[in-house]
Design a binder for this molecule. Structure first.
Ligand code: A2P
Length: 321
């Protein structure tokens, strides 16, 4: 039931992947087991999720057992904001590869266009004022040139970006010898980002949708930073519920099918075997043109993954939200 698309790098990417953001070590190791059992082969992680080692342990067990081959897996990780500069790219991917117990990742992404200074242990640096210390010397185009070198060196099969807007992509494309294969962005019925999606399509850059189900329960609203808003529950939208009932599917399956029908990769997160299976099983029904139009009309430009949860991020010139 897992389908693929072909990236501009020539590599195959499974359309449905497992998101692991906000999953604890114990949770993620069990989730990887359940996901691989259910048929997932694409796993999305990042050093800032603090679960690469746990994912590496689970993958090693599966690879050693022979139940899955490395070439069947599609593993995604990311260059963190605290290492977002050309000179840190190679050492940082090598650290991820060591933690994941892999020789290469299928795609390595610049996690965000924003760069921050790092503490000696590599963690993101906050000043005495409690705000992120921006690295104003770093530049996304020179970082991209370092990212491209990972392909011939064999550390990443493909390279891409995350959280980039059109203008940032245009700057990268201007210098790129290898164009980004994907731009991983927040995308769901309430934040459709249609102009950015269309731009990426026109440039052959596949969109990967994070928070495709609205990340309900995963976002910690930061009341101390004055951010205290009601997050929507996408499963409760009447149109979504109606369409789900009409097809005998769940609201989650409708939300996901609507995204993949637009040629977009999805990385829904779940730690529950039943829901993992549900999220993979979205190809046995078809949305009508009228249903697609109803879902497309729900856009509210509502960003759930609000970056202002990272205090001080607004001081960086690449922060555009
Ligand atoms: P759980 O891990 O308990 O399944 P997103 O992928 O947009 O970040 O959303 C993830 C959230 O949605 C998690 O809280 C997850 O909870 C929940 N979730 C994932 N799949 C489903 C589903 N099929 N039905 C209901 N909730 C789901």
């Amino acid at each position: 039931s897992n389908q693929f698309l072909i990236l501009n790098s020539g590599h195959k990417m499974p359309i449905i992947g497992l998101g692991t953001w906000n999953a604890s070590d114990a949770e993620v190791e069990a989730a990887i087991d359940a996901a691989l059992e259910a048929g997932y082969r694409h796993i999305d992680t990042a050093p800032v999720y603090l679960n690469e080692k746990a994912i590496g342990r689970a993958l090693k067990r599966w690879l050693d057992s022979g139940k899955v081959k490395r070439e069947e897996l599609f593993i995604v990780t990311k260059l963190p904001t605290s290492a977002n500069r050309a000179s840190d790219v190679e050492a940082t991917i090598k650290k991820s590869l060591a933690d994941l117990q892999l020789d290469y990742v299928d795609i390595y992404l610049i996690h965000s266009p924003v760069s921050a200074e790092a503490n000696a242990d590599g963690s993101l640096k906050f000043g005495a004022d409690g705000l992120m210390v921006p690295d104003l010397a770093a530049d996304i185009t020179t970082t991209w040139t370092a990212m491209e070198k990972l392909v011939p060196s064999g550390l990443a099969k493909s390279v891409g970006v995350s959280n980039f807007d059109q203008e940032q992509l245009e700057r990268v494309l201007k210098v790129a010898k290898i164009p980004p294969a994907t731009n991983q962005i927040e995308h769901h019925v309430y934040l459709q980002q249609r102009d950015l999606v269309d731009f990426c399509k026109a440039k052959g850059i596949v969109i990967t949708a994070y928070s495709p189900l609205g990340s309900k329960g995963l976002i910690k609203v930061n009341a101390s930073a004055g951010i205290n808003r009601e997050l929507p529950d996408l499963f409760d939208i009447p149109e979504v519920k109606e369409i789900a009932a009409a097809h005998g599917k769940t609201p989650a399956q409708v939300l996901l099918r609507w995204i993949v029908d637009n040629g977009i990769v999805i990385i829904p997160k779940s730690s529950n075997l039943e829901r993992l299976k549900q999220n993979l099983n979205v190809f046995d029904f078809k949305l009508t043109a009228e249903e697609i139009a109803k879902l497309s009309a729900l856009d509210q430009n509502f960003r759930i993954c609000d970056w202002s949860l990272l205090p001080g991020v607004q001081r960086h010139p690449e922060y555009k939200f």
